[in-house]
Design a binder for this molecule. Sequence first.
Ligand code: FAD
Length: 446
Amino acid sequence: MSTGRIIVVGGGIAGVSAAMAARDEYPDAGITLFAREPYPFYNKIALCAFITGKKRQDHLYFHGADGLHDYGIDARWGEDVESIDPGKNSVISKDGRQWGYDRLILATGAVPTIPVIDGIDNKGVFTLWSLADAIGVREALAGAGTVAIIGGGVLGVETAVELANAGKKVIIFEAGDSVLPLHLDRTSSGMFGEFLREKGIDTRLSTPAERLETRTAGLRVIHGGGGLDADMVLLMAGASADTRLARSAGIECGDGIIVDSHMNTGVAGISACGNCAQFDGEHNFLWNPARAQGEIAGANAFENRREATSTPLVIHLKMPEMPLFVCGRSISSERGDMVIDDRSGRAYRALRFDDRYRLKSAIFLFETDGFHEIEKIIRRALPVPGDLVDAGDIDGIVKTHSLPPGDDDYRSSGWVCRMCGYSHEGDYPPEICPVCSVGKDQFLAA
Ligand SMILES: Cc1cc2nc3c(=O)[nH]c(=O)nc-3n(C[C@H](O)[C@H](O)[C@H](O)COP(=O)(O)OP(=O)(O)OC[C@H]3O[C@@H](n4cnc5c(N)ncnc54)[C@H](O)[C@@H]3O)c2cc1C
């Protein structure tokens, strides 16, 4: 089949996966990848471990300094695409050069949300979204005793725990009245908040930061009830899809760049994938879906060969002390459904079913055994006997779809780290998870 020139914009997991999949499917295609960041493809998930010194910078690179050239991909790290001209099938790079394409794949990722408050540009205020951010944070942390984190979502609490474990005093400012408000119900959120407090993390709920003032040393975070001093402030108030390039080219966007199941946008010859894309009304800021979408976009560059299906949101927190598994949309966000839960000590499990006994979402806190079965039930819409639901028998529900025991259980083409959600392809799991460093026994067949 006739191929041509592929341009990928974005050097994160979505863009790199797209370029690699395109290379596999279309060996003769010319592939150029533009990436604004000057660093070769790195592991964003490991940035928390990098800022506290658990990982070195060279540990973050997946293909060494520039392994993509080995695959015949012209990776241009540190080069922006400024604009797209869909009429001429070309993009303009920052230096004003025009580059023609037969297929353009947008993988521009997401940008962190910057709260609109006075003092946000002060020295000592950081985001943690890119390696450049992380290098700045790591330097500042070396001289910091107290760190204020604005935002009690997934990234905020994970970073807070990492910093507390590294001996920092941490204060979380959360505008809402619970931590992880998008993913936990009241009970699990309360339990998680308790865990943060036990770790010595000062968790201020219903406390939006209103102003950041510079002090002789450090900053003062002003909130409704007064002010608290910190040596530095981390902004972790969420993110939004980076649709700027797509919008300026007239490509239809909602919360993200709207794509169909082949990752095609509404404009001929242009697809999108990863954090910047919105498929089936959903978009998220997770690694594995970005990788999967990138692979589809790359494989479909010149012919529709693969198709995406809607998958539930899956979150694993990277903290062995308080494992958390969430699958599907928040349990508390939908009303009128059946919820069964059980709590024992630090462990809590909750399952939400619709009125036809279909499992829609789950929260497992502290004890996450059975998460793989639960994810399988939700992902494949597998049946669950109504009598088990009525009896609130969560163990029984897990057993209805237990994974086959024995060797077959240990051979798979895909593996997922139960601690951090890192996915690995191959017959066997890696000896050590490259993201969170747990051993191979923590990997489950995907
Ligand atoms: C600290 C941290 C921890 C995380 N932990 C987890 C986790 O545990 N589990 C999980 O699933 N996810 C996690 N995530 C989220 C995960 O890393 C992202 O979902 C994933 O990296 C997104 O990949 P992407 O390729 O879509 O976007 P990105 O990685 O954001 O890549 C997009 C790239 O495109 C570039 N770009 C944008 N516009 C242009 C342009 N015009 N020209 C050239 N280049 C451009 C950007 O500079 C960027 O480098 C974490 C994120 C962070 C920051």
